[in-house]
Design a protein around this ligand. Sequence first.
Ligand code: 8YV
Length: 315
Amino acid sequence: MSKPDILQIGPYPEWDQVPLEAGFTMHKYFEAPDKIAFLSSVSERIRGIATRGELGADRALIEACPNLEIISVYGVGFDAVDLDACRERGIRVTNTPDVLTNDVADLGVAMMLVQSRGMIGAENWVRDGSWAAKGLYPLKNRVWGKRAGVLGLGRIGFEVAKRLAGFDLDIAYSGVTAKDYAPDWEFVADPVELARRSDFLFVTLAASAQTRHIVNRQVIDAVGPDGMIINISRASNIDEDALLDALETGRLGSAALDVFEGEPALNPRFLKLDNVLLQPHHASGTFETRKAMGQLVRDNLSAHFAGKTLQTPVL
Ligand code: 8YV
């Protein structure tokens, strides 16, 4: 039996690539120097797309593949996949939820700690001899006992909040509705109100057209000059220009960011700031989690082509 043809939008580690190639005929779109020519040479055969959270699949790509049946996303976020284009043609979409939740939450909390305690600067203080030459490292801000706001108490937000409880933080959250699984934490519907009562504002909501720039200038100003915004979701959830303005002028104390508009390129204004911690979109980047994500990508593709129930369907 011939193997289903899959268009591969981005690279995977070898431990995923090898089994993918055993089960499917993989067409590496990301390696093609002339993408348009490459696509037109394979598009008729393509029955599946394997992509990554940040790369997705836009309408033009979906429409270029007339026999497309399924898009399997290596990531929980599917905001970069044009779901309307998929719905119109009954194309199935899967993602990789749950397996990455704890690692993403870990990194978010680590970013808060690293940035509050100035650990990157402290490392440099040791390495460049400042400790010996200048003496004690400047004092930094306490974490425990302060107030945290979690914007979006889904799977990842919940795990962030659980961890923050361990630091005796006073926790509140915002979302569409109050969650019955979070009776100990205050529900604050309005993001501006949530920001006003937060020393640390965690942005953990799934990105969509509705959440675009939900963290706007008003929210940023409500966090204020002593506060910090931590983003482990998608850049589009924050008005990045407003964030940069606030960081540059000190209207916002600091930020810790794993995601950027136009990543991996980022606005050069970020590089001039010392009140922001910059991370290369690696919140799910552990061996254990990435292996589980790759397995789910394959399991969903295999289930689909075997006519079985999809493991983690979005559509
Ligand atoms: C991954 C992500 O870094 O899950 C997501 O939505 O953005 C991340 O886990 C990415 O999908 C890997 O390419």
